[in-house]
Design a protein around this ligand. Sequence first.
Ligand code: MN
Ligand code: MN
Length: 316
Amino acid sequence: MKKYKPIDSLESPRFCGIRTFMRLPHVPTAEEADFAVIGVPFDTGVTFRVGARFGPEAIRSISVLSKPHNIALDVNIFDYCSGYDYGDLPIVPGFIEDSYEKIEKGLSPILDKGIIPVLLGGDHSITLAELRAVANTHGPVALIQFDSHTDTMDSYFGRRYNHGTPFKRAVEEGLIDPEHSIQVGIRGSVYSKDDLIVPKELGLEIVTAVEIQQIGIPALIQRIQDRVKNANAFVSFDIDFVDAAYAPGTGTPEVGGFTSVETLQAVRGLAGLSLIGFDIVEVLPAHDPTHVTAILASAVAYEFISLIALKKKMQA
Ligand code: MN
Ligand code: MN
């Protein structure tokens, strides 16, 4: 297999060249690889601040700082993996159903070849289209959702598709297997107590932020592992899982959340699971003047890729 890996930053300074994730080659043709990083710059599914359309650009820009060896997981990614930046999927700003069709269609060639997608949003509405494509290939998958919101509303303003509804739709459409799915980090205010009953009625497990703060990250990891077990799992990471102090650049920020340390610990805790796709969503650069949110989002995506490599290392 042809190996796709980053430009060597010991030979070419990392601030040079056109920005791709981690300085990977831009390969827009779904060639064989272990993973592909893919932008999905759609942000008109939000209910509050727009601007996550510039999330992929901001994450890619700072990701050039990432180096191939992950100290915490003790894995050198490109000893085990080949991966490239697929570019951005086509979307139609302002037209969510058209965008859903394009996202699903755009992602399919990657999934058809068994390449693991690492998607950079965009707002959280995009995950429904991603899950449609994933379910076409894998059937219903477990969902591991990091978020301060459940995103299981039935509708907003009479509309069924937006960033508050994707996981209700995903269960209704049979895209995810609720019995192995879990939503973690839920906090902040809701419209009514019933809002937290909905995900449970859908069959999803919820772990609130308050619970996590009582039981700690290692026990959270155990809860996730026990829930997902051997199921194929899609990881959907809304950056507002993180405390607004660490990730202010997002559309619906919530305080009382997790530090960057806790965030990385939790993500690394997914090691060993059968992870078939990832996204990181809701990064909004216009509210991220120091780029701290993009730095963390890039680090989370880096951990995702490290988990793919670690699985290969364990199987080698
Ligand atoms: Mn969300
Ligand atoms: Mn959220």
